[in-house]
Design a protein around this ligand. Structure first.
Ligand SMILES: NC(=O)c1ccc[n+]([C@@H]2O[C@H](COP(=O)([O-])OP(=O)(O)OC[C@H]3O[C@@H](n4cnc5c(N)ncnc54)[C@H](O)[C@@H]3O)[C@@H](O)[C@H]2O)c1
Length: 450
């Protein structure tokens, strides 16, 4: 079969002319691509056919005018007609929240199947899902199309995810000047189509796997929602203290190193140390004292405890009799064991009958309280927990090794010892730094976060 013309010369169908579909169709067409918009609502199609933007959005009418001048944009209610004239369908139908609390993907699944069935015999077609979908949709849809289409799926008809991150109110600008474009596919023709479609933004184009693409879109919006809810809780907590919350949040955002930044956004061990737990508890107590409902701030410490419990269960799943825990500072490179998650892990394992030995040369080297061996023994608070002088001593006899926050020397010592027992990398710090050669020499390293 000849490969599809996925170059930007061939027309594309945009299925679903709501917010996203209108903006995608008009923007592509204004850039010179032939676009056939499809919607089952005749009034939306008529509006676009007459050159009027069906929705109000800055710059949208200008894009439609430009597309009409070029003769690159038309619309129809006939999906079959649009698919027959296109090499790909960008599916932008709605996926609203259903009564069961899940995304209702009825329209999406129906539209994809309709597209697949409308592809003329012997022609190739790429289905690109631009709608927001829930984790697992790509797999379910792929299985469904494979059983409906047989061998044609993956050959003639291919599938990609390409989540859209635009915001209403600045949709055209967001679409045309993105920060990041993500796509995922298991099919070569679909990958070639996405790469050609976004050739002008090649440096922003990121390929990932389908499940990550699905998750990313939901996590993005959860993150935005979390920020709004947090700022509003700060406002409610600030009021009784007579504090201006706008000024506080403005100052918070001024610190682009620690606050409005990527700092603290990598999964790993639970937080700890001398300050975070204490100050979160203090802010939560302040809110309670003043009768302010601040469930988000109040839930931070229980979320942290849940993460510790997850780590404990992950270690116990290996049924260890003796565990070595390497790196017990509260964060990477810190010889300070106050409120340290690895230390809490030691105590939890001891309570569940596991023998534990601990090694951390950075902690042992530190002389000044609250650092050093004494501080470690105090923090462990249990004579059954043995602080070993070296990593080699700690891992001798252990049937599981847990990597916490190791200093560089201890990390190197683990690798050099080439242990044959499972290594559980609790925060991902070992996995991140392993070279390919080191990885080959070590027994499988299990990343607990997975
Ligand atoms: N609105 C946003 O700001 C935004 C931003 C990013 C992503 N998204 C996601 O993009 C998707 C689309 O969002 P929207 O706001 O544009 O939705 P919308 O509900 O405004 O529009 C969807 C359109 O699809 C049409 N449609 C449904 N099934 C069809 C079919 N089989 N054939 C032809 N037309 C069909 C409907 O008639 C409707 O006009 C959703 O998954 C949404 O979560 C939305």
């Amino acid at each position: 079969m000849p490969s599809a013309d996925v170059s930007n010369r061939s027309a594309v169908a945009v299925v679903g002319l709501g917010y996203v579909g209108n903006v995608v169709a008009a923007s592509l067409a204004a850039a010179g691509r032939h676009v056939i918009g499809v919607d089952r609502r005749p009034e939306v199609v008529a509006s676009l056919e007459q050159g009027r933007a069906p929705i109000r959005e800055p710059e949208l009418q200008e894009r439609i005018d430009a597309a009409r001048a070029l003769g690159t944009l038309r619309a129809t209610t006939s999906l079959e007609e649009a698919v027959a004239a296109s090499c790909a369908s960008l599916v932008c139908v709605g996926t609203p929240l259903g009564d069961d609390g899940k995304l209702d993907e009825t329209d999406l699944l129906a539209a994809c199947e309709q597209v697949a069935r409308a592809v003329p015999a012997g022609r190739e077609h790429v289905i690109v899902i631009r709608s927001t979908v829930s984790p697992g949709t790509h797999g379910r849809l792929g299985a469904h199309l494979a059983s409906a289409l047989g061998a044609a799926f993956g050959q003639q008809i291919t599938l990609a995810l390409n989540p859209e991150f635009l915001r209403e109110g600045s949709a055209v600008a967001d679409l045309e000047r993105p920060q990041l474009i993500v796509y995922a596919t298991e099919h070569d023709a679909a990958a070639r189509f996405c790469e050609a479609l976004y050739a002008d933004h090649a440096e922003l184009l990121q390929r990932t796997d389908p499940a990550s693409s699905e998750m990313l879109k939901l996590v993005n919006n959860a993150w935005h929602a979390l920020k709004v809810a947090f700022a509003n809780e700060v406002a409610r907590a600030a009021a009784p203290a007579g504090v201006d919350p706008f000024a506080v949040m403005e100052l918070l955002c001024r610190d682009t190193k620690l606050n409005a930044s990527a700092a603290y956004l990598r999964p790993g061990l639970p937080f700890g140390g001398a300050c975070l737990t204490k100050d979160v508890a203090s802010l939560s107590a302040h809110a309670s004292r003043h009768g302010v409902d601040a469930p988000l701030i109040g839930a931070i410490l229980s979320s942290n405890r849940a993460h510790l419990e997850h780590l404990v269960e992950a270690v116990l799943a290996h049924e260890p009799k003796q565990t070595a825990i390497i790196g017990v500072g509260f964060k990477p490179g810190a010889p300070d064991v106050r409120d340290s998650a690895p230390v809490k892990l030691v105590r939890e394992l001891l309570d569940r009958g596991v023998h534990v030995t601990v090694a951390d040369s950075a902690v042992l080297d530190a002389r000044v309280p609250p650092l050093g061996l004494l501080a470690l023994q105090q923090a462990l608070g249990d004579p059954r927990a043995q602080a070993a002088p070296t990593v080699a001593h700690a891992v001798a006899g252990a049937d599981v090794i847990v990597v916490g926050h190791p200093c560089r020397a201890d990390r190197d010592a683990i690798v050099a010892l080439e242990p044959t027992v499972p290594i559980l990398d609790a925060g991902g710090e070992l996995t991140r730094t392993l070279s390919d050669a080191e990885r080959e020499r070590l027994a499988p390293v299990v990343l607990i976060q997975h």
